[in-house]
Write a protein that binds this ligand. Sequence first.
Ligand SMILES: *Cc1c(COP(=O)(O)O)cnc(C)c1O
Length: 475
Amino acid sequence: MTAAAPPGLPAKMHALVREFVAAPHAVADAVAEFGSPAHLVFPQVFAENLERLRTELAARVPGFRICYAHKVNQSRTFVEAARAAGAGIDVASAAELDSALKAGFEPERIEVTGPKGEGFVRELVGSGVTINVDNAWELERIAALAPTRVPVPVLVRVCGFAGTPVSRFGVPLHRVDAVLALLAAQRERIEFRGFAFHLDSGEPAERVRAVESCLMLTERAYGYGLAPSVLNIGGGFRQVFTADADAFDAYVHALRESLVGRGEPMTWGGNTFGFHLEDGAVHGTPVFHKYANIVSADRMLADLLDTGLESQGGRTFAQVAGENSIEIWLEPGKALVDHAGITVARVEFVKETADGSTLVNLDLSRDTVTPADQEVMVDPILVPARDVPDPSSGAAGVFLAGRLCLERDLITNHKVWLPRLPAPGDFVVFPNTAAYHMDLSAARASMHPVPPKLAVVQRSGTFSVGRDVDWHEVH
Ligand SMILES: *Cc1c(COP(=O)(O)O)cnc(C)c1O
């Protein structure tokens, strides 16, 4: 009998990205030219993700719009890819709006979400973009600032659906009547396009309840003489990280065993990943819960569109939208950048700690690939240094450590089994990092510069790599 394979967390990867990582010298050459660590984005994968969502919508409803949620990544290449594909864009700050306009989005294709202050509202009124209104104050300011001849297009975000955790965003359901009265009174200045919601949760039942509430509100709006024609269902369509759900479950099982002292130790520094230990047993939901998901975003969208709605006599969401000439809008962020980015770091040195653990130190810090309270639960890929033969030495269980002079700068707090012990100069590739990680928590701790962002495109089997900000030249 051979020894059991060590626990692993194989990453799902797009074939194009896998090909790039496996291409001789591709990673080493990119880093040699632009520096390490580096973020790499793949606009062709982004375009495919967009097309998959579009296919599901086009098969079911006559009118829809996909607005790329810019917040998920600051990449100029992704914004250009969204524009080139004819999508809309969802921006949540003055700088994101600027980025969308610079990429060539017409105001008609831009939607502005999120909390907005006086200055931003003033900038938006009269610009032609659709304002996704967060609250009654915003609406009153728009009414006060708007010219009478060209009404300002708005969506109204609502919240407070049954069974959904309280949200800081949107107008609570019980306040909607006051908003509808205001919209009816301000018809000269405000063009009410419809209701919107966005749920963080990936729970299908929550989204269905939100859709039903918004359809009822839409009907109520007709009673005020308003003519909403859009229902914006937001983002929250999930990513799939794992290539092997059984392997993922087996890893988590081994991890839980290790937390109660059975089997090989697998955690750094007493980390429990959100589990809590009681009476020698492991309870609760771990912080890395999202890595277990195996339902793709397009499937999740299709299922939502095909759900029979109790409040609509069992007709599906898609049927109800079609019959009432309601356009369905989406604001996917992470679903569009799923598998469309990787992060490359260089191995600086390998050391042993007092407890016998092996630390692989990288030129990267934790905040570059994950928020502090999360944990990356897919295995990175080890890529040998340029022109160094791969010294296959057998699997090694290690922790990946960051470059900051802080105890907490461990990139993985769980043990990662690599195919061999890395050596200085090797590269480590973190798969699927384009959603939020690249920008949202990136800090300049210890005065390290923020890693460069590069765009990779494949044409006729050849990869070209350029700076994301110079996308026009790469293109
Ligand atoms: C963040 C955000 C999104 C995108 O969310 P994902 O989960 O990345 O799809 C969409 N809409 C709004 C209003 C947001 O705040």
